[in-house]
Design a protein around this ligand. Structure first.
Ligand code: CUA
Length: 253
């Protein structure tokens, strides 16, 4: 049976459409440098900790850890012309990782590593935001990348470097207490050490070794004004207590 002229046209149109789509995808990938985010199965240790590694050719491999409600690292400073290979994983729920003004827009699902590549040709401050609703502190979950002319090396802030921070992370403290000043279920730890705290009963206390130990051991007895008394008791050895105190002192600046 002969093919109807209309059928022939429809077929040719369909083929042309497919070719055009392929051509546009190819153009987006190679011409514009937009790449589709891909996921790598989790379980490889290097992806579970935040880190920045410099490679040849101004390429930086950045492993972001997302959590309620922060990005690690929080601030990354790189020279203009740097290329970032970004890998991101989540410690808790699904977060987003979007770098304003770039093609990086990742969904960070627990159990997988999301990745993307971006090149910074222009100096400036690029803000990074979480675009998945991830709870109470979602609005405050942000970080930034500073691209600076004439910089020789990179700099990074907000990496969980100290043992105290790792400990606080593993004990769950950081789920409620932010380390960057943002709001949370409990008071932020940033600048908290040595400050005067108002209690629910109207009294005030200075955050020092004594008060810290009271808070950790009897969190419902000593509740801080403006916050719900929901903190659980935490068992800490004297050594662990000291590590956390050291970390709080670090956050004072
Ligand atoms: Cu993380 Cu919203």
């Amino acid at each position: 049976m002969a093919i109807n002229i209309l059928e022939k046209r429809a077929l040719m149109g369909a083929v042309a459409f497919v070719m055009l789509s392929l051509a546009l995808t190819a153009y987006a990938t190679w011409g514009l440098g937009i790449n589709v985010a891909s996921c790598i199965p989790l379980g490889t240790k290097p992806f579970e900790e935040a880190s920045v590694v410099k490679h040849d050719g101004n390429i930086y491999e950045v492993h972001y850890v997302t959590r309620m409600w922060a990005f690690e690292p929080n601030v990354l400073r790189v020279p203009t012309g740097s290329t970032l290979d970004i890998y991101a994983m989540s410690k808790d729920v699904t977060h987003g990782l979007e770098i304003a003004g770039t093609n990086v827009n990742l969904m960070v699902v627990p159990g997988a590593v999301a990745s993307g590549r971006v090149r910074f040709n222009k100096p400036g401050i690029y803000s990074m935001v979480c675009h998945e609703f991830c709870g109470k502190g979602h609005e405050n979950m942000n970080a930034r990348i500073e691209v600076v002319d004439g910089l020789n090396d990179f700099a990074v802030e907000g990496l969980p470097s100290s043992p105290g921070m790792k400990l606080m992370d593993s004990k769950g403290c950081l789920a409620c207490h932010s380390i960057d000043g943002s709001a949370g279920v409990g008071p932020t730890f940033k600048g908290a050490w040595g400050s005067t705290v108002k209690m629910t009963d109207g009294s005030t206390r200075k955050l020092d070794e004594g008060f810290f130990s009271d808070m950790v051991q009897h969190p419902t007895v000593y509740s801080v004004d403006g916050f719900a008394p929901v903190m659980p008791e935490i068992q800490l050895s004297a050594d662990e207590m000291k590590q956390m105190e050291d970390y709080l002192k670090e956050l004072k600046k």
